[in-house]
Design a protein around this ligand. Structure first.
Ligand code: F6P
Length: 257
């Protein structure tokens, strides 16, 4: 029955937050690997969570890119913007994603859906570090970097290491480094092995892992059974206050790990 299913999910949430060592996990029914519509259900929980966690007044919210984040963005609602001024900024620049799922785009959509504002970080995605560095000195870039540093909330996803290395067409040397280091998960441009050790970090500006500790509102959104190992790996590193929004497919696979 509906009640049984609800209680099952509550039970999963409890066991999951214990296993992952974070304060809050929210689990929706289904598996987004098999049922794409499950992501919209996670999106509703993101809206509820932001409504609960964000203080009234100005909020600077840093958001990551990816297909999950792009879909979550469209699910946010103007309720979040009630009695709040929302400014969305990309959490990290230039991770090598295609344009429709870049953080700039996610932020623009989040602003549109909540009645907030957004700023873009204009640094190209597919450039070497030597080209990238001088661009950071540009005042327009610095201005957004300052806003990112002031952000009080972050919304991000978690991906599998293999998928992320492929999607970003990372250089051969890095791919072999990831293989040798047994990287399984990725978040914020950091690759983690099963023990949660950082195997490689893409050298880019914006939010660094150590910045997360002082943030009140950290929302991670990742679902699908295929992401189980990646989620476990990143959570070894995640700040305790992280609220993980996931699905039954991922939750059950994680609890089997
Ligand atoms: O590249 C941005 C990013 O958020 C990564 O940090 C993360 O691993 C990935 O996208 C998740 O992508 P997807 O939602 O498409 O699985």
């Amino acid at each position: 029955s509906f009640i049984d299913q609800f209680l099952d999910l509550k039970q999963l949430e409890l066991r999951l937050s214990q296993k992952l060592g974070i304060t809050n996990c929210l689990v929706v029914a289904g598996d987004s690997d098999l049922q794409p519509e499950v992501i919209a259900e996670m999106g509703k929980l993101v809206t509820n969570t932001l409504k609960t966690l964000l203080p009234h007044g100005l909020n600077i919210i840093a958001a990551m890119g990816g297909t999950t984040m792009a879909q979550i963005a469209s699910c946010l609602t103007p309720e979040i913007g009630k009695e709040r001024e929302l400014l969305f900024v990309p959490a990290r620049g230039g991770l090598g994603e295609r344009i429709d799922i870049q953080a700039n785009n996610v932020c623009a959509r989040m602003a549109l859906c909540t009645g907030g504002k957004s700023r873009s970080l204009y640094v190209p995605e597919q450039v070497s570090e030597s080209t990238y560095r001088p661009l950071l000195k540009e005042p327009a870039v610095q201005e957004v970097v300052t806003l990112i540093k002031k952000s009080n909330a972050v919304i991000h996803s978690i991906g599998t290491a293999k998928h992320m290395a492929d999607r970003r067409a990372m250089p051969k040397e890095i791919v072999s480094l990831l293989d040798r280091g047994h990287a399984v998960g990725e978040a914020f441009g950091y690759f983690f092995d099963e023990a949660g050790q950082v195997v490689y970090k893409i050298p880019r500006i914006g939010i660094q892992l150590e910045d997360l500790a002082s943030m009140k509102c950290v929302v991670a959104v990742a679902g699908g059974h295929s992401k189980a190992k990646a989620i476990v790996a990143y959570m070894k590193h995640a700040p305790k206050q992280t609220c993980l929004i996931t699905d039954e497919g991922a939750a059950k696979a994680i609890l089997k790990e």
